[in-house]
Design a protein around this ligand. Structure first.
Ligand SMILES: Cc1ncc(COP(=O)(O)O)c(C=O)c1O
Length: 442
């Protein structure tokens, strides 16, 4: 039996991580991951919010296998390939109104790069607007629009012509109890950024409808509508980065649907194919046509196996009502977490949309981030057979993003473990008290 962890140490580059969790994943089904010795873990992170239909959904696997028996690769942009055509057509029906043409890549960052390039070609303008605390991927262009030093450090300087506006992070804004005022101030700040930090030649504003890596920051309900008005006044395109929030994760097929706004370009990846590598950006035909011969391509983009898996995955999302399920289970989890928060001094805020949930931990009334405590909770959960994530720009947000097929019993078990973990973490901590805030978007 090979020593997988030792092989990782010897041969896999992991020095960009503090550590890799001491779990060897041998197989997985639904919301359960199993190690080679048969120990099971309940997965509440879904491979970073990817396997929305559950690990190894039989329909997705069957579709991928059937496609593999026929064709694995032909380069989907050199020749016509049926699963690519079918998936693009399906996305044209699913995406917000008017977005009917899709380019396929392999991962989120690649799709972000392509979307930024297309927006600049279409508008003929070079500049970009983004949000502080955002995350859009690890490639240079994607990092250039990422608003987080923690991800950008040691890689600069980045692309010129990118300006950042403050995020709608109500909890850490001066308007914690007044989301409408938070939106007003964000809109004003964006107008100021346009006026004072740019040359006025802005192609696009890019934002995540729910900010995942930043700490599951859920913008107030009016945020995107108000922001879009400003963008329209200036002829700025809106790129919605749904890499993490898409495909039923938040209780709608795409999170931007909660906000009643139609983006100009919709970027997707992660949950699109239930674990098979695939990404996409989808836009209006006139924007798509800004690409001229030679402007773009991807050798593996639109891999037939991934596209076949994506088609089956979308069928599962629709037929198993995963949007509804995400909404219902998300509301249940939020309610339970809120009840826990009332007895857990560490919890500053519980927030989320559907099954995209963050528990922000703070040390005191000044909201000093409790990052070590978040790590301790993750480790407690792991020891007790539960996988959760930790994120947030301050590293103090426990992330609960399970496969959407998780059963109510499994979710309740996960919440029980989290409750114990919060109790344990509080036991180790000198409670300094203070007024805390519990808020859940719905
Ligand atoms: C919102 C968002 N955009 C882009 C990316 C980058 O995706 P990938 O890691 O597939 O390149 C991520 C990854 O976490 C993400 O959360």
């Amino acid at each position: 039996m090979p020593d997988t962890m030792q092989q990782y140490k010897d041969y896999v580059i992991t020095s960009f991580l503090k550590s890799v969790a001491p779990v060897v994943v041998d197989r997985a089904q639904g919301a359960v991951i199993t190690d080679p010795g048969g120990r099971e873990y309940l997965d509440c992170f879904a491979g970073i919010s990817v396997v929305n239909s559950g690990h190894n959904h039989p329909r997705v696997i069957a579709a991928a296998k059937a496609q593999m028996d026929k064709l694995v690769h032909c380069s989907s942009y050199l020749y016509h390939c049926q699963p690519v055509a079918d998936l693009a057509e399906k996305l044209a029906h699913l995406a917000p109104r008017g977005l009917t043409k899709t380019f396929f890549g392999n991962g989120g960052a690649e799709a972000i790069e392509g979307a930024l390039k297309l927006a600049r070609l279409y508008t003929g303008k070079p500049e970009l607007l983004a949000l502080q605390m955002s995350f859009h991927g690890r490639s240079w262009g994607a990092l250039s629009v990422t608003g987080n030093w923690g991800r950008k450090k040691r890689g600069g300087p980045y692309a010129p012509g990118v300006a950042f506006a403050p995020p709608p992070y109500t909890f850490r804004s001066p308007w914690r109890d007044n989301p409408d005022e938070c939106v007003r101030q964000c809109v004003r700040a964006l107008e100021d950024v346009i006026r004072f930090d740019t040359a006025g030649d802005i192609a696009a504003f890019i934002a995540e409808p729910v900010m995942g890596e930043g700490g599951i920051i859920v913008p107030p309900p009016t945020y995107f509508r108000e922001i879009k008005k400003v963008l329209d006044q200036h002829g700025i395109l809106f790129i919605a980065d749904e890499v993490q929030s898409g495909f039923a994760r938040t209780g709608k097929m795409f999170a931007i649907e909660h906000y009643g706004v139609v983006p100009d370009i919709l970027v997707t990846a992660k949950g699109i194919a239930d674990g098979f590598p695939l990404s996409a950006f989808t836009t209006r035909p006139e924007i798509a046509d800004a690409f001229k011969p030679g402007d773009h391509l991807s050798t593996f983009g639109g891999n037939p196996v991934s596209c076949a898996a994506a088609l089956a995955n979308i069928a599962v999302i629709e037929e198993e009502n995963l949007c509804e399920r995400s909404r219902e289970l998300g509301a249940h989890a939020l309610a339970r977490l809120q009840a826990m928060a009332n007895n857990a001094p560490l919890v500053g805020e519980v927030r989320g949309l559907g099954l995209m949930i963050g528990i922000e931990l703070v040390k005191d009334a000044e909201l000093t981030p409790a990052a070590a405590e978040a790590e301790a909770i993750k480790e407690f959960c792991l020891r007790n057979g539960l996988l959760v994530g930790v994120g947030g720009v301050y590293g103090n947000v426990v992330r609960v993003q399970p496969p959407l097929v998780i059963s109510r019993e499994q979710l309740d078990h996960a919440l029980d473990v989290m409750e114990q973990a919060l109790g344990e973490a509080a036991g180790h901590k000198k409670v300094t008290g203070g007024q805390k805030k519990v808020r859940a978007a719905s």
